[in-house]
Every structure is written in C-alpha cells, then in structure tokens.
Design a protein around this ligand. Structure first.
Ligand SMILES: C[S@@+](CC[C@H](N)C(=O)[O-])C[C@H]1O[C@@H](n2cnc3c(N)ncnc32)[C@H](O)[C@@H]1O
Length: 423
C-alpha cells in the first residue's frame, strides 16, 4: 500500500551544498543577542537592503562582528528569515530536518502520557518550539498532517516527508497529508501513502476521517475538512482536567467545535452538557462523538448558534450552569487587533459569568499569541467587577508539552486556559 518516499514535489527546494557560497544578509538592527538567545525571526525591516533571492534560499545573518545565524529566506513575507541554526558549521538541509524531527519524537515519547496507546493524537512538531520554524506536524493515529507557514518553510516539505516516511514504521503511519493553511478553498493533498484502511471502530464517514484516542477518550478527527489540522490538540490536558472535575455538574460549553470538552465533561459524570458552535458540521460531529463514547445524546444539547447570542439568550431564560467553558477562536490575529480583542474577551467573560451559578466554575481560554497572560487575566478580573461576582483563579494553564516553546520567544506561548471559581 505504501508508495515510494517523496521525490521532490517542490522545485523551489534548494539543497545546500557546502561548496556554494551562502548569501550573507546584514542586520540593520542590533538583533545579535536576541537571535543568540534563540529568538527565531528576522523581520524584513531589520535587514540592510533585502536581496532578490527565491524563497527557501539558505542565508547567513551577519552583523559587524560577523556570523550570527543561518536560516531560510522568504521573499513573500514580512518575516524575511526564520533561523534554523546558530552553528556556522551546521548546514540547513534534509539531515537537519531529520535530526530535529528525531529529537521532537523522542521528547513526545517521554512527555505525552500513554502515547500510541491511550493517546494516539499528538503534535509531533511544533514549529519554532522544536527548532523547525514554520513546520507543524500533527499525528492522528496512522495519519501525519503537515502544515507549513510561508513559502520558505514549504520548501522543506520534501525533507519533512522523507523523514516521516523513514519513521513510518516506528510511528505506524500509512498516510502523510498536507493541509493548506492559508489557501482558502483548497483543503490539502496527500503527500505520501493512501487513505488508511481502518477497522470499523476507527473509521469515519470520509476517507480521511478517523477515530483517535485522547487519554482513552474516543474522538472523531477529519484531517481533510476539520479546522486547523483536524482538531485542537493543544487543549488535550485541559480536556482531561474538565473530565476530572465534572461529576454531577451542569455544563455549558461555548465555541465547542466537535465537542471535546463536552465529551470529557459527560464522561466525567456531568448531568447535562450544552455544546454551542456556529459551525453546523462541528456540532454534527460533537453529537457523533457522544454516540462514539457510548453517551446518550439526551438530555444533552447540541446547538448551532452564535455563542455570544446563546449566552445572552440562556441568561434571559433564567438558565444557570455549574461550569461554563468558553474557548473562542483567536480574537487578535495581529498586534493591531489587540485592543478590540481585549474588549471582546471582556464582553464574553461578562456574559459567561452571568451564566455561572453561585459557587460555580468558569473555564476561559484564549489562543491569541498577541494577548499576554496578564492582559487576558485582566479581562476576567474586569468582567467580575462589572458583574459584582468574586472570582478566584484555581488553575492558570497553557499549552501541553507536545507544544513546546522557547525561553526567548514569548510569541510561542499562545494558549491561556484559566479555571476560576465564581461566587
Ligand atoms: C478554538 S476552537 C474551539 C476548540 C474546542 N474547545 C475543542 O476542544 O476542540 C473555536 C470554535 O469556535 C467556533 N466559533 C467561532 N466563532 C463563533 C461564534 N461567534 N459562536 C459560536 N462558535 C464560534 C469555531 O467554529 C470553532 O469551532
């Protein structure tokens, strides 16, 4: 069933030869220290006369003192260079990609509990955090899903594919699929293998929909039609927390997507779970996820609705819940959007607090990297003041260990997940 390893789909890939002189790009700004500390980005305006080079060209970043770092040039992005190594003797090539992926896998084998048994969905490569800037690889059972960010990172696809194929047996992979993140309308394409031939219990409705395990919980993932690479793996440990605390609770889960938090709550013994998402396909999958988990779909509710409107309507109807979860999409895709995003989080948290029964819990999340933890906490604090409800922070969490970050790269710490008591 397996096809041959990848043989060069992308003609722009430029393997580095040590004999070819590497273009040197001079810094205009004093970035030596920040890059040496591990920040992996150089913006175009930080460069002296950016050159006319194809995206994916290996370049050296230099300043008055000489060599600083080596990376890939991107002609189409304001992020002109992503750094892959600080070692002047280390080529940026397929061998580097393979070494980094090997290191990433060995970390996951150590830190993701039950990997390959209770948990078959995990992030194998988290871009900058795994020192492979612009490259994300999520594993869903036998399918690896790759997303690249920018033209330059995409030139490494053949190297990424070859490295995954080399590890296919170890990872039990049959399929490598590329999701086209930034091209609306085109979902993606197979890079290697064929859609997996799954036993009935693991097969979904579509060729690339399958059942994965997350701490033993069964969840449907459609890598072709689902959001991101198929699901939001970054909330895995937070879903587990919700499962642990939900016994006997009435739970409202807004922005539920395919109901991960909802299934976790119901499996944890929640008496009533409401899932709300404006995407009809997501709510349909949430219902199927309940059935898959052997849970009744009633008295639980599955609503295709705007979450803000749903919160307002439920409050007007006098409903209250013991646990309210709000995990919206990023409200701040850019730095310019931060002020508006903070206002939106404040408004959302006011509406959510209104729905929490006295002595109940609020779980609030943000995946906006531009919104820092303290700013996000302030939106909860402001909402509690506006609603005259006291709030205690019980858990302040972020992303799990298979989404690593770098000390000098705060931009990488994007996920906030706050559990609070609301009196
Ligand atoms: C970050 S995801 C939630 C992930 C989910 N908590 C999980 O564990 O899989 C955000 C979800 O919000 C939904 N969404 C976006 N805007 C919405 C709105 N105004 N009302 C309801 N849902 C919305 C999207 O369809 C998406 O499913």
């Amino acid at each position: 069933m397996r096809s041959q390893p990848h043989t060069g789909l992308h003609p722009t890939y430029i393997p580095q030869r040590t004999t070819t002189p590497i273009p040197q790009l001079r810094l205009l700004r004093p970035l030596r220290e920040s890059l040496q500390l591990g920040h992996p980005w150089v913006y175009r305006q930080a460069l002296q006369s950016p050159p006319d080079l194809p995206s994916g060209t290996v370049v050296e970043v230099v300043d008055r003192e000489g060599f600083v770092a080596r990376g890939l040039y991107d002609r189409s992005s304001p992020l002109a260079i992503r750094i892959y190594t600080l070692d002047p003797s280390e080529p940026v090539d397929a061998a580097l990609v393979d070494r980094r992926l090997g290191a990433a896998l060995s970390i996951r084998q150590r830190v993701v509990s039950g990997l390959g048994r209770d948990t078959t969905g995990f992030r194998l490569c988290h871009g900058e955090g795994d020192r492979l800037p612009g490259i994300v690889i999520d594993i869903y059972g036998p399918i690896a899903v790759v997303i690249t960010d920018g033209e330059a990172a995409r030139t490494l696809l053949p190297a990424v594919t070859d490295s995954l194929v080399r590890r296919a047996e170890q990872l039990s992979l049959t399929t490598i699929y590329e999701r086209h993140q930034r091209r609306a309308g085109s979902g993606g394409g197979l890079l290697w293998g064929t859609p997996p031939n799954l036993p009935d219990g693991l097969r979904g409705r579509h060729p690339l929909e399958l059942v994965i395990f997350e701490h033993g919980m069964r969840l449907l993932v459609d890598v072709e039609h689902g959001q991101k690479t198929g699901m939001f793996l970054d909330q895995r440990e937070n879903r587990r927390l919700i499962r642990d605390i939900s016994h006997g609770l009435r739970v409202w889960n807004g922005f539920s997507y395919t109901g991960g938090f909802s299934v976790a709550a119901a499996l944890g013994g929640a008496s009533h779970v409401v899932s709300v998402d404006r995407a009809e396909a997501a709510i349909d999958t949430a219902r199927r996820n309940f059935q898959l988990a052997g849970l009744p779909t009633e008295p639980h509710q599955f609503l295709v609705e705007d979450a803000f409107a749903s919160l307002g309507r439920s409050k007007a109807q006098g409903e209250r819940f013991d646990l309210v979860i709000v995990d919206p999409p990023s409200f701040a895709p850019t730095q310019q959007a931060v002020v508006g995003a903070l206002a939106a989080y404040r408004r959302l948290h006011e509406l959510a607090i209104d729905l929490v029964a006295p002595g109940g819990l609020l779980a609030a999340a943000s995946c906006s990297s531009h919104v820092g933890e303290q700013a996000f906490l302030s939106t909860i604090g402001d909402a509690s003041v506006a609603k005259r409800r006291a709030v205690q922070l019980l858990e302040v969490r972020g992303q799990p260990a298979d989404h690593p970050t770098l000390p000098a790269f705060p931009e990488g710490r994007y996920l906030k997940f706050i559990l609070c008591a609301v009196s």
